[in-house]
Design a binder for this molecule. Structure first.
Ligand code: SF4
Length: 418
């Protein structure tokens, strides 16, 4: 890990209150950077030993984390740093970071640094519960430590039929590898039951419902059916839920998602530079109106759902940083919370074997993304609203917003909506 001293973007340090002294802030920034480095590099660990440790407690864990070397459903996890920042756990046999356990305690070894205890986020008991249709909860969805439930209702993106998958995306590849382990197409009833079970167990106050690209009419119908089942099972007329959708051809359709009960949408643009977009996302370019239409859809969604209730993402590392920041800032100014998650080359994709920019490049980008979110006046609740789980930019936003107390961030959790 680099020992480079980091600083907050100019102007932000001065706004800190007395409960968040400068040195504590620097410590937290270092922790956020450690998270970024570990998530980029992966971690070396004995999978069986860590799996045993995680299974020994009923109060566990998170979604499947593809490993650096390929998808792996053998261990689903993440861990907390003492600072209140959590780190996604991806196995990589050549990582400089190692995890081990000593007398039941999980220990992280950082290169040229001291070893430290970390807390494994343990498997949650809800994952073992059974739906009325017989499937286990974990075959339908995954929960994360921040109270989010993620369900991919379909294991397929139809862009594979025309060989127009987005070049970085392993959605279809993973579906092939995990065939039989999860349900290929989940019914709206299964989605609703899973959400209701998670709410009953007090572990999911937010639903992120996603799937691969499917023709527009079927996509809308599916989300409307799922929302209807959720309303019926939970008794909620509206719920904290994000529909992850493609840009609809008819932008008026966005109103239907809102009326159905979802409080937010995520429309992932992936690339800001319009020419690179064409090359990286050929299916989105050809089948769904092209990039200009996706941007128009994001702006129209803000009209319907409100500022901060529309999310997008740019895959960071496939175009120049300035271009990404231009996109993040433009969208933020329009009310869209746009993240810039690091490009992580995945096995089975057109970009397998490529490299992402180095961590200092991503770190600088995340600092600037958080600064943009602050500049446009978003709240913590808004920036978490459509994102699961929170990313490094979320940690930075909270640090710069002065939320730390005694050098720690409170573990963030979606508030309960009655
Ligand atoms: S639309 Fe692109 S990013 Fe989305 S699932 Fe299909 S290939 Fe992946």
């Amino acid at each position: 890990m680099s020992t480079q001293t980091l600083s907050a973007p100019s102007g932000l340090v001065e706004s800190v209150s007395g409960i968040d002294p400068r040195h504590d802030r620097q410590k937290l920034l270092d922790e956020a950077r450690l998270r970024l480095e570990i998530e980029m590099e992966g971690v070396r660990f004995d999978k069986q030993a860590i799996a045993l440790l995680s299974q020994s407690d009923e109060e566990i864990a998170a979604g499947i984390q593809p490993t650096v070397e390929g998808p792996d459903s053998g261990l689903q996890n993440a861990f907390w740093l003492d600072s209140g920042i959590h780190v996604g756990l991806r196995h990589h046999s050549r990582s400089p970071y190692t995890l081990d356990h000593r007398d039941g305690v999980l220990v992280l070894q950082v290169p040229e640094g001291e070893s430290r205890e970390v807390e494994l986020i343990r498997r949650h008991r809800v994952l073992g519960r059974t739906l009325s249709t017989g499937e286990r909860f974990e075959q339908i969805g995954s929960v994360n430590p921040e109270g989010g439930l993620r369900i991919a209702f379909s294991n397929e993106c139809s862009l594979k039929d025309t060989n127009e998958d987005c070049k970085f995306c392993d959605f279809n590849h993973r579906a092939r590898l995990t065939e039989g382990a999860s349900v290929y197409l989940k019914s709206p009833r299964q989605v609703a039951e899973t959400f209701a079970l998670a709410r009953e167990e007090g572990t999911a106050n937010h639903l992120n419902l996603t799937g691969g690209f499917i023709p527009e009419r079927r996509e809308l119908e599916y989300y409307l059916d799922a929302a209807e089942e959720i309303r019926e099972l939970t008794g909620l007329s509206h719920f904290r839920g994000t529909a992850v959708i493609g840009a609809p051809a008819d932008l008026k359709m966005l109103e239907k998602y809102k009326e159905s009960g979802f409080n937010s949408v995520s429309i992932n643009l992936e690339i800001w530079d319009k020419d690179i977009f064409k090359a990286i996302c050929p299916g989105k370019e050809k089948r769904t109106g092209g990039q200009a239409h996706w941007i128009a859809a994001l702006e129209a969604a803000v009209e319907v759902f409100g500022r901060g209730f529309v999310k997008s993402n740019i895959v960071a590392g496939l175009e120049p940083k300035d271009s990404i920041l231009e996109g993040v800032e433009y969208l933020a100014s329009k009310g869209v919370n746009c993240l810039a998650g690091p490009f992580q080359p995945r096995v089975g994709t057109a970009l397998e074997g490529h490299r992402s920019p180095e961590t200092p490049w991503h770190w600088d980008l995340q600092l600037k993304v958080a600064q943009i979110q602050l500049k446009y006046g978003y709240t913590t609740d808004q920036i978490y609203n459509c994102a699961i789980p929170g990313r490094v930019a979320h940690d930075l936003f909270r640090i710069f917003a002065g939320e730390a107390v005694n050098g720690k961030l409170a573990r963030w959790k979606y508030p309960v909506v009655a």
